[in-house]
Design a protein around this ligand. Structure first.
Ligand SMILES: O=c1ccn([C@@H]2O[C@H](COP(=O)(O)OP(=O)(O)O[C@H]3O[C@H](CO)[C@@H](O)[C@H](O)[C@H]3O)[C@@H](O)[C@H]2O)c(=O)[nH]1
Ligand SMILES: [Mn+2]
Length: 732
């Protein structure tokens, strides 16, 4: 795929962002203020004679040092952000020169990830504007479910109508669900026919899922044989079953029937309880090997089952890099952003991840390239098998080079495919450590992207105007906090390992790039400053202890004002200029507060528990099923608490303490016991906290719907807030 010649004209361009120099100058100024703050703290610690003041100042110093550390690593993203553009119209028109493409779709649980969603993702990818004989879609099912295979068989039948319809009408929306829901007027007869077919398929698929069985839906002999393995295997569970590989649709056979169809293959890898299966990374490695025995395409796209294609020309955009002879030969990955649909208007959960999926990727793109974000990534297959200089064959073993030329459903190929999907295939091999997707972290995407860059591979960020993919993101607060907790635990896996970006990374790659990875690696410690700032000044105020911050008349106050406003204003400007709104930014900063008080400290605790062997947590797949009432509240931007969860406790405690501090402070000022000048900063912080916690008060006292704060959580949080107050009254 490296030898193809473009037809002429540039294929891609890049340009530095105008913000580069302002960012650098601002960083230098901000750094001076940080040093001043640290100096200020140290001087206070030395000069004070009061023990309480000293302990409080030392705690604030620690919190500020963590903030300073996180700020420093974050600057790496801001030093040289770039934007790129691609020109697929300049690609050669001779598509016979295009490299083959293997698409990997992962799913893990038919009840959390409805098979109709998987089908829509698969169909949207099968309908790519790409030579069909070069396109193969492999679906990995970690749920080992007949329901998913049934859905794919239905999808293959529907595809025979859907794909030609998409291509003949040059549709942009190739996920049928997206297409039919976006259209309000009825179209042609053909349109109506296809719609009926889709609705029928959807109903059949949803029915089997609801009944949890395919009985009565599979009638012919051949289909019965396909599903026989489920019946013939005693004790078949998602965690314990043999390999299932099923060619659902074969391009070559369809061609013989006069149809242009891609391959569609279902894979559910061999699993047993005694062999670790390494979650999604394990699933992807099985797909890497199974696909190598069948089609062995040089280009691989990884895709989550909750992310469908929103633009059929996306592979051509990736080709703009991969086919450019002038491109860095070490290019491993073209990463498209994950864009989410169905997010509510003000994005109350900060789910669009503007800063992470866009801002940080632009920033890293100017260094060695964005990190791998798990979905929407076009890889060069060979990069999974060694560093840029090495020559490792991209197949499980050299001996099957001949296999790729055989029919993918031939006995030989199928035998080999099942063999490489076996549980023991990876035993004592380098899979997961040096080749393939990397194991050892719950964020296999971050970990794999980081480790391949350490080896010398590069990546580029491709962000077209029309989003290449659209996906779903969690729609309840509990789900989003749980997801962040999982990410955070996965990051801790890397932070605590020998590959820590700030120790190993800085020696293996551009140090600024290592800082970017390091910034993520240390996400969990955001909990330190956020917890300190959410509780300490407020408790001091409640206890009428000596002031923590400079008085309003003290010139040192300006430094605080500059540090606070400077950081928030820069964040706001970035968020908005990367395509969001001020309101969404506000909600996003609140989510960071919530994550830092909840997901991150819990991830640290659970990580330690796991390390001590006290419990094991594993990969909690995000549910993509939404109940109707929940979804109505979500659309109205109302926070969804609903379930009693320890994750809500710290944020509720913070809400109570901040309100208490604000009210107490106001009372003291009004009664003349305290001068506003002394406690202004603390009052401001408490007020800022209260403003942020508004949805929590509503959920605790005003709401009556099912999504309100469960009484149990309110009671536990109130009692704990009381305990914290009592503790603080001894300390102050
Ligand atoms: O044992 C498992 C667990 C998960 N998955 C799949 O992994 C994908 C992501 O899972 P999801 O529950 O949706 O997690 P998210 O937190 O939404 O995913 C984000 O975070 C993951 C871990 O960092 C990345 O892999 C994803 O691409 C990224 O979107 C889904 O397709 C799952 O089916 C598996 O195949 N096997
Ligand atoms: Mn997801």
């Amino acid at each position: 795929m490296d030898k193809m010649q473009p037809s002429g004209g540039v294929l891609h361009t890049k340009s530095a962002m105008r913000r580069t120099w302002p960012n650098r100058i601002f960083a230098a100024t901000y750094l001076i203020a940080i040093f001043a703050l640290i100096f200020h703290h140290c001087r206070n610690i030395i000069s004070t004679t009061d023990r309480t003041t000293r302990s409080v100042t030392i705690t604030m110093l620690v919190a500020d040092l963590v903030l300073a550390f996180m700020w420093t690593t974050r600057q790496a993203f801001r030093m040289s952000p770039i934007r790129r553009q691609v020109f697929p119209e300049n690609l050669t028109v001779d598509s016979s020169e295009y490299p083959a493409l293997d698409v990997f779709v992962c799913t893990a649980d038919p009840y959390k990830e409805p098979p109709i969603g998987v089908v829509n993702t698969a169909l949207s990818l099968m309908a790519y504007d790409y030579p069909t004989e070069k396109l193969s879609v492999y679906v990995s099912d970690d749920g080992g479910s007949q329901l998913t295979l049934f859905a794919l068989i239905e999808a293959a039948e529907f595809a025979k109508h859907w794909l030609p319809y998409c291509k003949n009408n040059n549709l942009l929306d190739r996920s049928p669900e997206a297409y039919f829901t976006s259209l309000t007027n009825f179209g042609t007869v053909k349109h109506d026919q296809i719609k009926v077919m889709y609705e029928r398929m959807k109903m059949r698929i949803n029915n089997v899922v609801e009944r949890r069985s395919i009985d009565g839906y599979v009638t012919d002999e051949e289909a019965h044989r396909t599903f026989a393995i489920w019946q013939s295997t005693p004790g078949f569970t998602p965690q314990n079953h043999p390999t299932i590989v099923q060619v659902v649709m074969e391009s070559a056979t369809e061609k013989d029937n006069g149809r242009q169809m891609p391959n569609l293959v279902y894979v559910s890898r061999d699993k047993n309880k005694s062999t670790p299966h390494n979650y999604k990374a394990g699933a992807l490695n099985v797909l890497l090997r199974v696909s190598a025995t069948m089609t062995n395409a040089p280009m691989v796209l990884t895709q989550d089952c909750d992310m469908f294609s929103n633009d059929p020309k996306t592979p051509l955009r990736a080709l703009c890099y991969y086919t450019d002879p002038k491109m860095d030969p070490n290019l491993a990955l073209v990463q498209f952003p994950q864009t989410f649909h169905g997010i509510n208007k003000d994005d109350i959960y900060g789910a669009e991840l503007r800063d992470i999926v866009f801002g940080n990727c632009y920033g890293m793109d100017g260094l060695l390239g964005p990190l791998y974000i798990g979905s929407g990534a076009f890889f060069r297959r060979k990069i999974f098998f060694g560093s840029p200089g090495s020559h490792i064959p991209s197949q499980p073993s050299d001996s099957h080079h001949h296999v790729a030329s055989k029919s993918i459903s031939s006995v030989e190929v199928m035998t080999m495919a099942r063999h490489v999907a076996g549980c023991n295939f990876e035993a004592q091999s380098k899979w997961g450590s040096e080749i393939g997707f990397r194991y050892g972290s719950l964020v296999e995407d971050y970990n794999t992207g980081y480790r391949i860059q350490c080896q010398g591979w590069r990546s580029v960020f491709c962000n077209p105007v029309r989003p290449a993919f659209l996906g779903s993101s969690p729609t309840t607060l509990h789900d989003i906090l749980t997801q962040s907790k999982r990410w955070s635990m996965g990051l801790l896996d890397v932070t605590v390992s020998k590959y820590n970006p700030l120790l190993f990374g800085v020696q293996s790659m551009n140090p600024l790039q290592a800082f970017c990875f390091g910034h993520y690696a240390f996400w969990p410690i955001w909990s330190i400053p956020y917890t300190t700032y959410s509780f300490l000044p407020q408790l001091a105020l409640i206890n009428s202890s000596p002031a923590i911050f400079p008085k309003v008349t003290d010139p040192w106050l300006f430094m605080y004002v500059f540090l606070f406003l400077g950081s928030y204003a820069q964040d706001l400007i970035e968020y908005v200029t990367y395509g969001s709104t001020a309101k969404r930014w506000w909600n996003n900063q609140r989510m960071w507060m919530m994550r830092s008080l909840s997901s991150f400290p819990f991830s640290i605790i659970e990580y330690i528990q796991e390390r001590c062997g006290l419990s094991s947590f594993g990969y909690n797949v995000t549910s993509k099923v939404v109940d109707r009432e929940q979804s109505e509240r979500n659309e109205k931007c109302i926070f969804e608490f609903g379930v009693p969860s320890p994750l809500f406790v710290p944020i509720t405690m913070a809400a109570i303490i901040n309100l208490w501090a604000l009210v107490h402070g106001m009372k003291q000022v009004v009664m003349g016991n305290e001068s506003l000048e002394d406690v202004f900063m603390q009052m401001f912080l408490a007020g800022f906290g209260v403003l942020n916690c508004w949805p929590i008060y509503e959920a605790m006292v005003l709401r009556t719907d099912k999504g309100k704060m469960p009484l149990k959580t309110t009671l536990v949080s109130t009692s704990l807030a009381w305990v914290v107050y009592l503790g603080s009254s001894f300390a102050f």
